[in-house]
Design a protein around this ligand. Structure first.
Ligand SMILES: CCCCCCCC/C=C\CCCCC/C=C/C(=O)SCCNC(=O)CCNC(=O)[C@H](O)C(C)(C)COP(=O)(O)OP(=O)(O)OC[C@H]1O[C@@H](n2cnc3c(N)ncnc32)[C@H](O)[C@@H]1OP(=O)(O)O
Ligand SMILES: Cc1cc2nc3c(=O)[nH]c(=O)nc-3n(C[C@H](O)[C@H](O)[C@H](O)COP(=O)(O)OP(=O)(O)OC[C@H]3O[C@@H](n4cnc5c(N)ncnc54)[C@H](O)[C@@H]3O)c2cc1C
Length: 670
């Protein structure tokens, strides 16, 4: 036991940089670090937030436990008079999915984004004080990605000045909204607005669905839980629900009227803001999900890295600090490094691009407030594309981390199966990842077609202004070290991205209609979108390194991580880079040489680099990822806690094992 604890301490002593300074870089600022650190400790030390083994709880127990914690979170927020920032850290570190995520993450933002000032004054205080609990009811049984295809209707009745909300078919039943099944009292419901016999498409409506007295559904409302989901703990603590309306009446002023409104006379009036603002809550959440992807991936990487330093298999006998013969740490196998270190680098890359995206979103909101809608298309493309890229990579990465831990990774007590099960739906919710990439490609094709009209591309597409150069330039790498030059990397990624996009744009012209072309070429368009999004991540990582980064050795570590992130992408997408002529086969081979050398450089720092995430053992929830590396005794201890070990002889022995054994014995004696 002592030996293993010493082992991680030895790993930490090898670090070539200041972990404390890196913690601040990871958190984003000294202030963010201090607040999150304080709240993380507060949560970890409060028995009310203890994490039981969720995998062994029944659905009802799990759900009730999540309700208890959500209520306790609210109590502590009020008792401690926490600020909004502190409260969201508290919810984050409690790490139990519950209705509050949707209430704060979607219901409240939908009201803020789509309701008029007057409507906000009425509804926000109720929501902010949790006098009502809300959900976001958009998806239907028959319609998810295609929002324009939603069937629920909201028909204006001029006589009573009300909307009649109705589910005309089974497929129009709302299906999936979190917190809807058993908890929410209200919902922002997306429905087709019909007035004067005309269908004006999908709009948002605030609908009360349960009584605030006895919690029963209101007349005309049928509501329930959609059933168990993948993974034993994970998302099963949330009541994703179904909802059907039978001519439910709401006052006219419960239509969210910032984008358009219906007058007392039933006239549909558009405002001067783009109708896409109705989708504003999705833009907001997609941006948060990018940050969440870096967190989920970094948790898995932290577990796999610490465990890989503790775990020993095969190898020439080494001597430990006490001169005792030991096997090789699995982290020293080059295959382990080539699977693990790019994930560590990705966690950092996603953190920085998430930080930038938060800035882009804040900037968008400021512009929208000043009636400047010019950056909305780019913000939509960036949030959609980066949500897709980072969640797909994080979900794959978490799965890889569990395999990197061998058999023990498959145990619930490793924390990895639940982490995976809880994260993988991020590839689907808030927009299926492929559907979102197709949105990005549409934006790219539009930008390319506008190049011909002389319109200057801005923001993340600014590189497209150099299309003529990027289409024909040759990569200048001659030796492996040349790959450490950021401008060389950037140009290779820009050349690959633009060449894939231009090829798509050219091929699209060969089809009878753009629609037909988009449909036939959609796999290529998705690849072009991925290349563009990877370029954004690469360029934001490089930009981060150009900032003033303090702390002993911190910048050097980030440079190594950035190199690994970029070179590994080249390695993984070599087909694109070679087929577009962005690099040559010889340069590809030099990139691989450089990548190997970066792994060696990073090796002695990896434990400290995952320590910089500053995750408490409580938050990590993993025996394999413990800070002290005391893995084996704790695995043994956890095994004893399994309900099967409550009794020496299992329940069922007398009914099923004993008779079988007896029968077989008798048969043998005959
Ligand atoms: C909730 C808490 C969050 C915290 C997260 C932390 C992690 C915590 C972990 C767990 C919590 C889990 C919570 C999960 C909650 C999940 C909720 C949901 O899933 S809600 C439902 C989400 N649904 C979708 O995302 C549907 C996806 N579909 C669409 O968005 C659209 O239909 C479409 C795919 C974009 C298609 O649109 P289409 O082109 O067909 O048509 P239009 O709609 O008419 O668009 C025309 C033009 O508008 C542009 N556009 C589209 N969307 C937007 C947008 N959002 N913003 C700005 N502009 C947009 C589109 O590009 C077109 O432009 P042009 O090409 O004409 O210029
Ligand atoms: C855990 C979880 C929580 C959720 N929470 C909420 C919530 O709170 N509120 C809410 O309203 N919704 C919620 N959702 C629903 C979610 O937003 C939808 O599942 C999502 O938008 C995808 O839609 P879909 O499931 O209908 O998939 P579909 O659109 O049916 O996709 C199925 C397949 O078809 C493909 N596909 C679809 N369209 C195209 C296309 N145009 N081109 C190429 N391929 C295409 C997709 O790539 C996918 O492979 C949640 C979902 C999950 C899993």
């Amino acid at each position: 036991m002592e030996r293993i604890m010493d082992h991680l301490a030895h790993e930490r002593s090898k670090a070539q940089f200041s972990v404390e300074e890196m913690k601040i870089i990871w958190a984003g600022s000294l202030h963010a670090f201090q607040v999150s650190d304080r709240i993380a400790r507060l949560v970890a030390s409060d028995p009310g937030f203890r994490k039981d083994n969720r995998a062994v709880l029944s659905r009802k127990e799990l759900f009730k436990s999540a309700l208890r914690k959500a209520a306790y979170v609210w109590k502590r927020i009020n008792e401690l008079a926490l600020s909004e920032e502190e409260a969201s850290w508290l919810r984050f570190y409690v790490d139990e999915l519950a209705y509050a995520y949707i209430h704060w993450g979607m219901f409240v933002p939908a009201i803020k984004g789509s309701a008029t000032e007057e409507q906000q004054q009425k509804w926000l205080p109720l929501a902010n004080n949790m006098q009502i609990i809300g959900t976001y009811a958009q998806t239907e049984l028959g319609h998810g990605s295609n929002v324009r295809g939603l069937e629920t209707t909201a028909t204006f009745d001029q006589e009573t000045d009300e909307f009649i909300i109705h589910s005309p078919t089974l497929t129009s039943s709302k299906w999936w909204p979190g917190g809807l099944g058993k908890v929410a009292t209200h919902a922002v419901v997306y429905a087709r607005l019909i007035t004067d016999g005309q269908d004006y498409g999908v709009h948002g409506f605030l609908v009360q669905i349960r009584s605030l007295d006895d919690h029963f559904p209101l007349p005309g409302v049928t509501v329930g839980d959609i059933g168990m989901k993948f993974g034993s703990g994970a998302f099963n603590s949330i009541d994703n629900g179904f909802l059907r309306f039978n001519h439910v009446r709401i006052p006219r002023n419960q239509m969210l009227m910032k984008v358009s409104r219906v007058t007392r006379q039933g006239k549909y009036v558009e405002s001067n803001v783009p109708k896409q603002l109705l989708y504003g809550a999705m833009v907001y959440v997609r941006q948060i999900i990018v940050a969440d992807a870096s967190i989920a991936l970094s948790r898995a990487v932290c577990i796999a890295t610490r465990y890989s330093a503790v775990r020993r298999q095969f190898g020439p006998p080494h001597e430990d600090e006490n001169g005792k013969g030991v096997e090789t740490q699995v982290i020293d196998y080059k295959t382990q490094q080539s699977r693990l270190f790019p994930l560590l680098a990705s966690a950092y890359a996603f953190r920085f691009v998430g930080e930038w995206l938060k800035w882009l979103y804040t900037d968008l909101i400021q512009k929208l407030e000043a009636n400047d809608f010019s950056t909305l298309p780019e913000a939509h493309a960036c949030t959609a594309g980066l949500k897709s890229l980072t969640t797909s990579a994080a979900a794959d990465g978490i799965k890889e981390c569990w395999k990197l831990c061998g058999g023990h990774g498959y145990l619930s007590s490793s924390g990895l199966p639940e982490l995976y099960a809880a994260f993988v739906p991020a590839c689907t919710y808030e927009g299926d990842n492929i559907v979102l990439l197709l949105q990005v490609s549409r934006f790219l094709m539009k930008t390319i077609s506008q190049l011909q009209t002389g319109k200057k591309p801005i923001g993340t597409t600014a590189y497209m202004a150099h299309v003529e150069h990027l289409i024909q330039c040759r990569c200048t790498v001659q030796k492996a070290e040349d790959w450490l030059n950021p401008s060389v990397i950037l140009e290779a990624f820009e050349a690959r991205a633009i060449r894939l996009s231009v090829a798509c744009a050219e091929n699209l012209t060969k089809f009878a209609t753009p629609l037909q072309g988009f449909s036939e070429l959609s796999p290529d368009l998705v690849e072009a979108a991925v290349a563009h999004c990877q370029l954004i991540v690469v360029s934001k990582f490089i930009e981060k390194l150009q900032q003033n980064i303090e702390g002993n050795g911190v910048k050097q570590q980030l440079e190594t991580l950035c190199n690994i992130y970029c070179l590994n992408l080249i390695h993984k997408h070599l087909g694109d880079f070679l087929s577009t002529g962005s690099i040559s086969p010889k340069q590809a081979s030099l990139a691989s040489d450089q990548l190997r050398s970066r792994y060696s450089k990073l090796r002695s720092n990896v434990i400290a680099l995952v320590d910089a995430f500053n995750y408490t053992d409580h938050f990590l929830g993993s025996v394999l990822g413990r800070y002290d590396g005391n893995v084996y005794p704790k695995l043994y201890e956890e095994a004893w806690k399994d309900p099967l070990n409550d009794s020496i002889v299992p329940d069922g022995y007398h009914e099923y094992i004993q008779p079988l054994l007896k029968q077989q014995l008798q048969n043998a004696r005959l």
